[in-house]
Design a protein around this ligand. Structure first.
Ligand code: GLN
Length: 468
C-alpha cells in the first residue's frame, strides 16, 4: 500500500504514520536496493499542506545537521550548517525528509556505480543499475521506500535514472529552481528536479521548490502554474521528432519500437508529428564533455583539505593538497578535473572550451527554432535500458548515453522523462522537451502520455514488485 502512494494520494490520508511506514519500507528494502547513504531517524512532524509526507533528497543537496557527502570520500564526514533552499521549502510545506540518497560521486556518472561508498540497485532487477547520477533517488521512489524524491540534473541525471527505474523525472527550465545548497558540479547546467510516481506529483513539487531566491542570482521571478491545463490533453499540438534519433547507432531496438508506438499514440490523441533535423544534436555529448568538466574543475578547486572535509596530512602545503585530492576524489572525478584543467589552459582554451561554447550556442538556436514551430521535441530519454552492474567499463560508452538528455541542459530547456512501456521487462522512458519557461506545457504533454499509455492502468504508472 505505502509503496505505491503518490503525494496526491497522501493528501487524503492520515499523515501521522507515513514517515514510520516509509522507515519500515526502507528497513526492508535497503539490503536489496541501497538507495540511501544516510537514513534520518528522528523526524519532526511539521504542519503544512504536505505535512508528514516522506521524501528523499539526493546527497549533493545540503541538509542542516545531516551529513551531505556527494558520495565522495572528500566530503564523507561533512555536516552542513545550512539547508539548501529547496530543503527549506520542503520543510516549510510540511514534508518529512527521511534520508539522503546515493549518487555517482559529485553527480558525475550515469549508473550510481561511481559512488565512493557502494552502488545502488535497480528495483526492477537488482542485478542492474538504477541509472544515474540520481540513481538513489530514482530507486527509492520506484522501490516504494518514499513517496517522492529530489535529484539534480546536469546532463540528464534526473531524467535518465527515472527512465531506467520506470518513474517520472523532470528537469525544470534553468533558473526556475534555486541551487543554493546544491553542491556545484557544472554551474551553467545544474538544475534540481523532482523524481515522482506521477506527472501531477512532479508539478506539485515544482510549485513547492521553484521561485526566485536571493541566495541564487541565476533564479528568475516567474509565476508558473504548473498544474494548470494539466488534464487538457495534446490535441492540436505539434511535436518535432529529430531524425538524429534514428541515426544513433546504439539505439536499443526495444526502445526504438516503444518510441514509435508513443508517436502513434500522440497522433491518435490529435497531435501532429513532424520529423525534423537538428544537425548539432550529434555534437551535444562532445560539447557537454568539454563544458561540464571545465566548470567542474573550477568548482571542485575548493576541496583542498583546508576549508572542507577530508585532509590527508603531509609535510608541505602543496603535498597536503595533492594527497588530499588524490585520496579524496575517485577516478572519474579526477579524470574530469584533469580534462577540465586541460581545456581551460591558455594553450587549448580557444580550441576546446571556446569552440564548445560556440557549438553550444548553435545547438541552442537550432533547438529554439524547432521549438518556435512546434510545441515540443520528443525523443527517447535514454538510448538503452538498465544494464548490469559492472557491465559497462569504458567511460566513453557512459558519456554517449547522454546523447538525448544533454541538449536540454546545454540550452537551459525544461525536459521530462515519463515511463512508456517495457523492453525485455525493463522500463523505457519518453523524453519531452520544450521552450524555456514552458514547463507547464511539458508536464501537460507528459500527463497525456501517462494517462493514455496502454502500459499504465487508470493513468498510473506500473511499479516493480521487489523481493526483499
Ligand atoms: N551522465 C552525465 C555526466 O556524467 C550527467 C550527470 C548529471 O546530470 N549530473 O556528467
Amino acid at each position: 500500500m505505502f509503496r505505491s502512494l503518490t503525494i496526491e494520494d497522501c493528501l487524503s490520508l492520515n499523515r501521522e504514520d507515513l514517515a514510520a511506514e516509509s522507515a519500515k519500507e526502507i528497513e526492508k528494502m535497503e539490503p536489496v536496493l541501497k538507495s540511501f547513504i544516510t537514513v534520518c531517524k528522528d523526524h519532526e512532524f511539521r504542519s503544512g499542506e504536505f505535512a508528514g509526507i516522506p521524501i528523499a533528497v539526493k546527497d549533493n543537496i545540503t541538509t542542516k545537521g545531516v551529513k551531505t557527502t556527494c558520495a565522495s570520500k572528500i566530503l564523507e564526514n561533512y555536516v552542513p550548517p545550512y539547508n539548501a533552499t529547496v530543503v527549506e521549502k520542503l520543510l516549510l510545506h510540511g514534508f518529512t525528509v527521511v534520508g539522503k540518497t546515493n549518487l555517482d560521486e559529485f553527480a558525475m556518472g550515469s549508473s550510481t556505480e561511481r559512488s565512493a561508498f557502494f552502488p545502488t540497485r535497480n528495483p526492477w532487477d537488482p542485478t542492474r543499475v538504477p541509472g544515474g547520477s540520481s540513481g538513489g533517488s530514482a530507486a527509492a521512489v520506484a522501490g516504494g521506500e518514499v513517496v517522492a524524491a529530489l535529484g539534480s540534473d546536469t546532463g540528464g541525471s534526473v531524467r535518465q535514472p527515472a527512465s531506467l527505474c520506470g518513474v517520472v523525472g523532470f528537469k525544470p527550465t534553468y533558473g526556475l529552481v534555486s541551487r543554493y545548497g546544491l553542491i556545484a558540479f557544472a554551474s551553467s547546467l545544474d538544475q534540481i528536479g523532482p523524481i515522482t510516481k506521477s506527472v501531477r506529483d512532479a508539478a506539485i513539487l515544482m510549485s513547492v521548490i521553484s521561485g526566485k531566491d536571493a541566495m541564487d542570482s541565476t533564479t528568475v521571478d516567474k509565476n508558473i502554474d504548473f498544474l494548470k491545463d494539466m488534464e487538457n490533453g495534446i490535441s492540436g499540438m505539434k511535436f518535432a521528432v529529430p531524425k538524429e534519433v534514428y541515426d544513433y547507432e546504439q539505439l536499443d531496438s526495444g526502445v526504438a519500437v516503444l518510441f514509435d508506438e508513443a508517436l502513434k499514440l500522440a497522433e491518435k490523441l490529435g497531435a501532429k508529428i513532424r520529423k525534423v533535423r537538428i544537425p548539432s544534436m550529434k555534437y551535444a555529448v562532445a560539447v557537454y564533455y568539454v563544458i561540464a568538466p571545465a566548470e567542474a574543475s573550477s568548482n571542485l578547486a575548493r576541496y583542498d583539505g583546508v576549508k572542507y572535509g577530508l585532509r590527508v596530512e603531509e609535510k608541505g602545503l602543496k603535498d597536503m593538497y595533492k594527497r588530499t585530492r588524490r585520496e579524496g576524489f575517485g577516478e572519474e572525478v579526477r579524470r574530469r578535473i584533469m580534462l577540465g584543467t586541460f581545456t581551460l589552459s591558455a594553450a587549448y582554451y580557444e580550441a576546446y572550451f571556446n569552440k564548445a561554447q560556440k557549438v553550444r550556442r548553435v545547438l541552442s538556436s537550432e533547438l529554439d527554432s524547432v521549438l518556435t514551430e512546434n510545441d515540443a521535441i520528443l525523443t527517447p530519454t535514454s538510448p538503452i535500458t538498465a544494464f548490469k552492474l559492472g557491465e559497462v567499463k569504458d567511460p566513453l560508452t557512459y558519456y554517449l548515453m547522454d546523447i538525448f538528455t544533454a541538449p536540454a541542459n546545454l540550452a537551459g530547456l525544461p525536459a521530462i522523462s515519463v515511463p512508456y512501456g517495457f523492453s525485455n521487462d525493463l522500463p523505457v522512458g519518453l523524453q519531452i522537451m520544450s521552450r524555456r519557461f514552458h514547463d507547464a506545457k511539458v508536464l501537460r504533454i507528459a500527463r497525456s502520455f501517462e494517462k493514455n499509455s496502454p502500459y499504465n492502468s487508470n493513468g498510473r504508472i506500473r511499479l516493480p514488485v521487489v523481493k526483499a
